[in-house]
Design a protein around this ligand. Structure first.
Ligand code: SF4
Length: 221
């Protein structure tokens, strides 16, 4: 039997479904605006637009949306593994700080040898995985904020290679200097909201914004 790649039939239906699901989740966006650590560490300007309820355009890239969703599904798998390993204390546990307008969810809190750890789970491309010698800056910052808010001063950032499912992990200690710099970033955003002056762009051009799946590209550039 000779096979040849056929016209995308299922793939097209899946792409349409992905876009419809994205549209539905857009309408479910919370009306209570808060600062999410995962966005804060990527771009303060994006947080500003979100807080200001700037109209946004859904990223109409089904493949990109599936990449993002894959990342979320990694959390579920690892939470199940931690549960089975008997170390899971909490998954997707909420953090909130009203003064800082901050809210988020911690991927997992685990306990090993009587020590609690905040865990940040990430999936990453092979090329980047091979080069890891420390947590990436954004991930380091994210976990520092979680450690700051929970008072658990030990953390682990664990990466899974998207292509091979290998893992590597880095233990991270709380660093008040990094946490304070993030709090200052939040204060800057709060000022920006009050003065209606958006913080500086972090992207060099609109293409970079699209590559980051930023829904505020049209407002930003
Ligand atoms: S396009 Fe880039 S700089 Fe502009 S808001 Fe989005 S992430 Fe930030």
């Amino acid at each position: 039997m000779i096979f040849k790649r056929q016209r995308r039939i299922l793939g097209t239906l899946v792409d349409q479904a992905v876009l419809r699901l994205a549209e539905k989740s857009k309408s479910k966006r919370s009306s209570t605006k808060s600062i999410h650590p995962s966005t804060l560490v990527i771009c303060p300007r994006r947080v500003y637009y979100y807080l200001m309820e700037e109209p946004f355009e859904l990223v109409k890239d089904p493949r990109g949306l599936r990449i993002l969703e894959n990342g979320t599904k990694v959390h579920e798998r690892f939470q199940t593994y931690f549960q089975e390993a008997g170390i899971l204390l909490a998954s997707e546990s909420s953090i909130k700080n009203e003064d800082l307008w901050l809210s988020g969810k911690i991927d997992a809190i685990v306990t090993m040898e009587n020590t609690k750890y905040v865990v940040e789970l990430k999936s990453i491309q092979s090329g980047k995985f091979k080069c890891l010698t420390s947590p990436l800056k954004a991930h380091m910052e994210q976990i520092q904020l979680y450690m700051h808010c929970t008072g658990i001063h030990k953390g682990i950032v664990i990466y899974e290679n998207k292509d091979t499912q290998e893992t590597c992990e880095f233990e991270v200690n709380y660093d008040p200097e990094i946490a304070n710099s993030l709090i200052n970033r939040i204060l800057t955003i709060q000022d920006a909201v009050k003065t209606k002056q958006p913080p500086a762009r972090v992207c060099k051009n609109i293409e970079e914004g699209k590559w980051k799946f930023c829904e505020y590209c049209p407002s930003c550039f």
